[in-house]
Write a protein that binds this ligand. Structure first.
Ligand code: SF4
Ligand code: SF4
Length: 367
């Protein structure tokens, strides 16, 4: 039976997704996009919005990963991991315990509760959990977001539900384009059709309301419910279930697509790992100042989880006027301005930040 495995994975997935924002690595949520500062905290590191190459790397990795999983394992995401499937399955299973008569009401009540939990969890991926809980029903922004999300999630689950998988979900449409003849699918064994008991248990349990006996259907979310339902009856007759998994997992595509995905993941980790602990940008301001005097705006980024002592200096024959020694808290950035006075004629200015063992130079114009 697949159901116990699916339920275990669904519960694990729900626990992981709800707890991830609470898991602090290097003082920040394991995964959170901070809207005010446009920073993505990712497992103890930070990606700044200006680091387009890293953002593109993350997107590329996810696209490859999705392609790999879909080509090899078919709709495994839909039937085993998709939050919508998890919420509907879990609420349905719990509601069943209240008896057939109360099942629908109980499931609706559970969905109201679960939608609230999902909505607050979604906010935790943008606002730290402690701050969210403190601001809930105090801050208008957080409260409005929470209530709008809660209503939207509940309405989607209660009134659209599995119809979303069949008619709206863009991932479902993408999958049809990625499948090949060896992709793992759930298929009815037509060669044994004569021995099928035609009890239609497989149709009755299907959450998307299809008849697997009529052949492969793009609406099938590979939830394995029909396999389990059929197995109950077919095993009594010493036969395997009529609908079953069909496909080939170990094949050349698994290795080259899986290898490419793994290589992209390793490259992404190395890019993050090899970044300098601090980085900095500098631009000359268009301010009208006396000859030999220029003003610059700079931003210094602390990429690591410890406070950095940073020194701004210039190797040229110039004087820096303004503060040029700073302490940068973990994962913070510092914007500032500095005046630069040159004692001799200068076309380009070299500014440098140094912190610990690192030193980063930037070149800019001088008038
Ligand atoms: S549950 Fe199995 S035996 Fe019954 S109709 Fe479906 S495939 Fe045939
Ligand atoms: S056909 Fe079977 S695997 Fe596909 S959605 Fe229906 S019950 Fe799930």
């Amino acid at each position: 039976m697949w159901k116990p495995y699916r339920r275990a994975i669904e519960i694990l997935q729900a626990v992981i997704l709800s707890c991830l924002p609470f898991l602090a690595i290097n003082g920040q949520s394991a995964l959170r996009f901070d809207i005010p500062t446009l920073k993505l905290y990712v497992f103890g590191s930070v990606i700044w919005i200006r680091e387009l190459y890293l953002i593109l790397g993350v997107v590329l990795f996810f696209l490859l990963f999705i392609a790999f999983v879909t080509v090899i394992f078919g709709r495994i995401w839909c039937g085993w991991f998709c939050p919508q499937t998890v919420l509907l399955d879990l609420s349905q299973s719990i509601a069943k315990l209240s008896g057939r008569k109360n099942q629908k009401t109980m499931q609706a009540l559970l969905l109201i509760l679960l939608s609230g939990l999902v909505s607050i969890t979604m906010i935790w991926y943008f606002v730290p959990p402690a701050e969210t809980l403190k601001s809930l029903f105090v801050s208008t922004t957080i409260t409005s977001f929470f209530l709008v999300l809660w209503s939207a999630v509940f309405l989607e689950l209660a009134f659209l539900g599995r119809r979303f998988c069949i008619s709206i979900c863009p991932y479902a449409m993408l999958q049809n384009a990625l499948f090949d003849n060896d992709t793992l699918v759930i298929e009815y064994d037509v060669s044994r059709d004569a021995t099928c008991m035609k009890c239609d248990e497989c149709v009755r349990v299907c959450p998307v309301g299809i008849d697997i006996k009529k052949g492969l259907n793009s609406a099938c979310i590979a939830c394995t419910e029909c396999i389990d339902a059929c197995r109950v009856l077919s095993e009594k007759r010493g036969m395997p279930p009529f609908p079953n998994y069909k496909g080939r997992i170990v094949r050349p595509k698994t290795f080259w697509l899986g290898g490419t995905t793994a290589a992209a993941g390793i490259a992404l980790i190395l890019l993050l790992w090899c970044r300098p602990t601090a980085d900095f940008l500098v631009t000359r301001d268009n301010a009208s100042l006396p000859s030999g005097l220029n003003r610059y705006s700079y931003t210094i980024y602390n990429n690591v989880s410890k406070t950095l002592a940073v020194e701004l200096s210039s190797p040229d024959n110039v004087t820096l006027i303004g503060e040029h020694s700073f302490l940068l808290p973990p994962f913070s950035d510092l914007h500032g301005r500095i005046l630069v006075k040159s004692k001799s004629k200068l076309d380009r200015l070299h500014l440098r930040i140094s912190s610990g063992g690192i030193s980063i130079n930037r070149e800019t114009g001088f008038l």
